[in-house]
Ligand binder design. Structure first.
Ligand SMILES: Nc1nc2c(ncn2[C@@H]2O[C@H](COP(=O)(O)OP(=O)(O)O)[C@@H](O)[C@H]2O)c(=O)[nH]1
Ligand SMILES: [Mg+2]
Length: 323
């Protein structure tokens, strides 16, 4: 027997009543691979679905992504403090590439996200990465949507830059791409159209001075040339005295305000179901759906009221019909 506190539906109810202490058992359940946990996860996702919550989960899901060493974790320590200063509860899911076989070499001198351990309105968890750089494990998608029922802000920190390398845009309401001053990669990707225009661009290490100022102006002129001059570009420094943190929080909030949240969340649920389906059934499963593009197209035609477990079930039924 599982204790009642580990029951998926009970945990979902706790999140819905904004019981932040549910976060740790929720993550334990989502990361467990037992068959029992799978059924409980479906119950949890149902309990935090819009139909159960009575609308989209209130939290702001923010993706923070960029190459290793750019300063994401250092920045998050300050962002968490800034959000707390505004009275918001924060959960951070740090997707850890060290669990990948080749990941160790990427890490260098990595900072940890530094938070007040006594603050119960802050939850930080490292999670395994998906199969590709920038890829998310199914448990991270589930965790983000579940925790958004309870926390004011849910951050997913991922490593990656460019197009094929990041899945965080499928999950987050707002994606901040973090740029290293003096490295032209994001600029080149934007100009070449390889990378979709992020919701917010962040230039880190503003304390480095001119190289950071240049990165800022180069990005702004590239955005203007692309007709995306409204995209916020914010410079921050995570060394004392920290700078730009409030501006960044304001920029993230402004994006959230301007967003069609139900549309973005609906897409996130469909992509989540497809990701879970392909994690379970692999390439063969996708082929049985006629390929990824066809599956996405079909999902886009389904009832917007379906939650993730229902969408997964529908995908399974579709392979059975086609097969
Ligand atoms: N000068 C300077 N160094 C920074 C800043 N932010 C981070 N760093 C350093 O950059 C390195 C990588 O930072 P980290 O936060 O681990 O980057 P992540 O891999 O993107 O999470 C560490 O040595 C940090 O001390 C900053 O604002 N200014
Ligand atoms: Mg980091």
């Amino acid at each position: 027997m599982t204790p009642a506190s580990d029951d998926g539906r009970a945990l979902g109810d706790r999140l819905r009543s904004r019981d932040l202490s549910a976060a740790a058992p929720v993550l334990n359940m989502l990361e467990s691979r037992s068959p029992e946990a799978r059924a409980q996860t479906a119950a949890l996702l149902h309990a935090v679905s819009p139909a159960s919550v009575g609308g989209e989960a209130p939290g702001h899901v923010v993706g923070v992504t960029g190459p290793p060493g750019v300063g994401k974790s250092s920045l998050l320590s300050h962002l968490v403090e800034g959000w707390r200063g505004r009275g918001r509860s924060v959960a951070v899911l740090a997707v850890d590439p060290s669990s990948r076989r080749s990941g160790g070499a990427l890490l260098g001198d990595r900072a940890r996200i530094d938070v007040d351990p006594a603050d119960r309105a802050v939850f930080v968890r490292s999670m395994a990465a998906g199969n590709r750089l920038g890829g998310l494990a199914p448990s991270t998608r589930a965790a983000a949507s579940a925790l958004a029922a309870a926390f004011d802000v849910v951050v997913i920190e991922t490593v990656g830059v460019g197009q094929s390398e990041t899945e965080v845009a499928d999950v987050a309401d707002t994606v901040a791409v973090v740029v290293q001053p003096g490295s032209g990669d994001v600029l080149q990707f934007l100009k070449a159209g390889i990378m979709e225009i992020p919701d917010v661009l962040v230039v880190t290490k503003a304390d480095l001075g001119r190289v950071a100022t240049r990165a800022l102006s180069d990005l702004r002129s590239a955005l203007r040339a692309l007709g995306a001059q409204d995209t916020a570009v914010v410079a921050v420094s995570s060394v004392s005295p920290p700078a730009g943190i409030d501006d960044l929080i304001d920029a993230l909030d402004a994006h959230r305000q301007s967003l069609d949240l139900p549309a973005r969340r609906l897409r996130a649920r469909r992509m989540h179901a497809l990701a879970d389906f392909s994690a379970e059934h692999g390439e063969r499963g996708l082929r049985a759906l006629g390929g990824r593009r066809a599956a996405e197209k079909w999902l886009a035609e389904q009832d917007p009221g379906l939650d993730v477990p229902a969408l997964e079930e529908a995908l399974g039924e579709r392979t059975a019909q086609r097969g």
